[in-house]
Design a protein around this ligand. Sequence first.
Ligand code: NAD
Ligand code: ZN
Length: 345
Amino acid sequence: MKLLTNTPSKIYLGSHSIQNFLNNLLQESNDSKVFLFISNSLPHKRVHKLLTVLPRNCFIKIVPNTESFKNFSVVQSLLKHLLTHQADRKSLLIAVGGGALLDTVGFVASIYLRGVRWWAIPTTPIAQMDSSIGGKTAINFLGKNTVGSFHLPQKTLIDIEFLSYFPKPLLEESFAEIAKMALGFDKKLCDYLLIHSLSSQESLLYALRKCILLKRKIVLADFKETKNIRTLLNFGHTFGHVFESVEKISHGKAVSKGLCISLSLSRRHGYCHKHEKEEAMALLHKMNLVFPINLPSTTILRKYLMKDKKRQNDRIHFVYYKKKKSLLTQATFVKSLIYDAQREF
Ligand SMILES: NC(=O)c1ccc[n+]([C@@H]2O[C@H](COP(=O)([O-])OP(=O)(O)OC[C@H]3O[C@@H](n4cnc5c(N)ncnc54)[C@H](O)[C@@H]3O)[C@@H](O)[C@H]2O)c1
Ligand SMILES: [Zn+2]
């Protein structure tokens, strides 16, 4: 595992079993107790491998790891576990799993005794590229991610070996997040992706490293999302979230569709030229990320688009693809987004 960055927290990336690495880090870390929360979806053999090297002061809890468990009752059960085993301020929490588990454990770490340290070991592509970087934690309560905090993991350990257990079609759809970062922020990564597929460990590591460092840069510039910089990461997500909810498809596939719509609307609203949109679409085609788009009805589109967190009356912050391959957020009337999307698709 290689150290990618020290700030705002330490992020390591590699493709070897992390257990020895984790063991060494724990020996240096001087924690009173270590609380490991592991996703129940990892193969037993893999979990066993991880557990063989852990220190004695370590408490292990296997936790369900899906969106429906990102809630107050799971938070309570994790807090109870910590209290029962007398976790103190010098205790360390470690979350091993997908984004839903990381978001929940990170949130618990932020509120237990007014905040204790935590490490993230992401095991899904979205968790490795996105949710373990940047310190956003959240649970769902009467809506998605309505309750949460900013609480950075002290360390993030990313081992792409975990992705070998992940269903291949879902893994490939999740590359929409890589396409998003490349199109929005990194021309060199676009060129790389046009030539290389992400099927080899080497190319996947290269793309992940780029995406992680890009996200880190954006987070450093706008940690609490007050400057409309972090909002740019929402590129493709406004419509993406609608498809994810309505069609119950993977986040990656939904974002792919959202990116197509954003590109079309960017051209239609004059933010980029036709050839720039087509160049961007060529990348999505190359990555097999172009899917048929059937827009839901106006009522449904309106219902979901109005849920945007930064909505101002009838307008939402929409992320446009701009000339010279950059992004821009612009408050746009929901009505016009719907009308123009319907004319394009
Ligand atoms: N905090 C942030 O900045 C941020 C960013 C993006 C997404 N998120 C959140 O992350 C969540 C989505 O993350 P996700 O895509 O990882 O989903 P997830 O955590 O729900 O995991 C998806 C599925 O994969 C399983 N799984 C975990 N590791 C696996 C492995 N190695 N092999 C096979 N299956 C495995 C899980 O049990 C689950 O069933 C959402 O709740 C989203 O809100 C947070
Ligand atoms: Zn996303």
